[in-house]
Ligand binder design. Sequence first.
Ligand SMILES: *Cc1c(COP(=O)(O)O)cnc(C)c1O
Length: 379
Amino acid sequence: MDEESTFEEICLHWGEEPERFLGAIVPPLFQNSLFAVPSVEARSSSRYIYTREANPTTDLLNAKMAALEGTEEARCFASGMAAISAALLSQLRGGDHVVCVKHVYYPTRLLLQEHLSRFGVEVTFVQGTHVEDFEQALRPHTRVFYLESPTSINFWLQPLEEVCALARAHGVTTIIDNTWATPLFQSPSQLGVDIVVHSASKYLGGHSDVIAGVVCTSRERIEAIHREMTLLGGILDPFAAWLILRGLRTLPTRLQQHQHNALQVAQRLSTHPAVHNVLYPGLPSHPQHELARRQMRGFSGLLSFTLKRNSREAAVAVVNALRLFRIGPSWGGYESLALPMRIEDYDGETRWGLRIHVGLEPAERLIADLEQALRVAEG
Ligand SMILES: *Cc1c(COP(=O)(O)O)cnc(C)c1O
C-alpha cells in the first residue's frame, strides 16, 4: 500500500481507476461467472477466467482489505465463518493442536471442538488474558493460537505482542478474529499476528444487508488460503463484494459515531443503579483498559452490562421494554440491537445482563431508551 494513504483514502478512492471504466465514479460490478478470451493462447496469460478463482470486483475488495490491514494479501469469503474455517484449515492437519481463547465466537468454538476434532485436531481453550495462559497450554504439536481480541460478549483482550512472540518462538501460527475492532481500530499484523480474519457482515458492510468474510495475510501464506477458497468453494459473490466496497466508503465515519455513542452509553450505564457492571474496553474501569489503549486505536459499538437483579426474567424484561433498540443477534450495522445474555463478569461470576449494539441513532435517545427500559429492573 502507498505509505501516504490514510484509512479514509483507502476506503474512499484507493485502488479505483475510473478512467478505465468511462469515468464511472463507482467501479462497475463484474457480476459474471466467466471471462472469454480472444484466442486459446491468451488463456494462460489472463488473470480472469472463472469467478471462483478471481473476479475484478472481488479483487478490488481484496486489495482494499489488505491495504487496511497492512498485509500483503487478502481473500474474501462467503461469510465470516467461511473465512475462519479457511484460515484454520490452511494451517492444520490431523494430530495438530490448537490453543484458542475460551470466549471465542461460539460457532468458531464449535468448529474447533466438534468439527475439526473429527479430523484429529485437538484444542485447548484458555482465558487468554495473560501470555502464561498460552505458555501453559503449549504442546509439542501445537500449530495454531486462535485469538479474538476483544472477545464479543465479555470483551477480554489478549496481550497480542507477547502472545505472538511466544508463538514465533515455538513455530506456532497466530490467527486473530479482528471483527470487533475493525482494521481501523486495531492492526494485528503490526503486533505480529500472522493471519487476520473478519466477519465483513458486521462493520465492514455496515448496513445489515450482506454476509461476508475476509482473510488477510502475507504473500507466503495466501496460497494456502487461496486453495481453501477455490477447492472448498466458499467464495464471495461479486455483488456482495460490491456491497462491502460501498459499506467501506463510510466505515471511518460510522465507526467514529459508534465509538462516540457507545462511550456515552457505557458511561451512563456504569453509574446506573440497576446495573452491576459494564463490560467495555473503552471504559477506564475495564480491567485491561491500559492494554486496550496500547494495542488499539479506538473502540466500537458492541458492549455488555450485567444487572443487579441477576435473573433471566429481569434481563428479558429489560430487553422487551426497549423501544429504539431492536431485539436481534449480530451487530455492526447502523441500528441498535439488544439481547438478554448470561455473561461471565470480570470477577469470574456469571450473571444475567444484556449485550447491546450501540447504533448510529443520537446517543441521548439511546440513553433515554435504556433508562426507561431499566426501570423494570430497579428496586
Ligand atoms: C458474526 C461473527 C463471526 C461470523 O461471521 P459470519 O459473517 O456471520 O459468518 C465471526 N466472528 C465474530 C466475532 C462475529 O461477530
